[in-house]
Design a protein. Structure first.
Length: 134
């Protein structure tokens, strides 16, 4: 994806992985509501693609851990098929590693602000999925 600062084009990449535990309130019903709790670890990188100031830092890596909760339901239409509908909320728990300091250059200022904005953002996700049980 791309972000634009006042002066430069900034690209970013992010990889994350995590795990969630799912608790079903009812297992035998046709409609099974559930609650899921879990964590994710995020790894990312920002890079100024066309820096006007190429003598200073043009890249910044970040790592943080987020926690999330999901509330949803699984509806089984037949013995083998079902649909899941879920609403998920994720929030940053803590940053991994040292806090990058603003070193005085415009590049450092922009990269640090982008990382802090991304790490500080909460997210809501509405998901719909199909299940085939075998």
């Amino acid at each position: 994806g791309y972000y634009y600062s006042a002066n430069d084009e900034i690209s970013y990449n992010e990889f994350n992985f995590g795990g969630h535990a799912k608790f079903y309130f009812s297992r035998a019903a046709k409609i099974k509501p559930f609650l899921s709790l879990g964590t994710k670890v995020h790894f990312g990188n920002f890079k100024i693609e066309t820096p006007r100031d190429s003598f200073n830092n043009t890249e910044l890596s970040y790592r943080y851990v987020s926690g999330g909760a999901t509330l949803g339901a699984e509806v089984n239409f037949a013995k083998e098929f079902g649909v899941q509908l879920a609403l998920n909320y994720d929030k940053n728990i803590f940053r991994m590693g040292e806090e990058d300091e603003y070193a005085g250059s415009a590049n450092d200022y922009v990269l640090n602000n982008q990382a802090k904005n991304l790490e500080g953002a909460d997210s809501f996700t509405l998901g719909l999925g199909l299940s085939y049980l075998f």
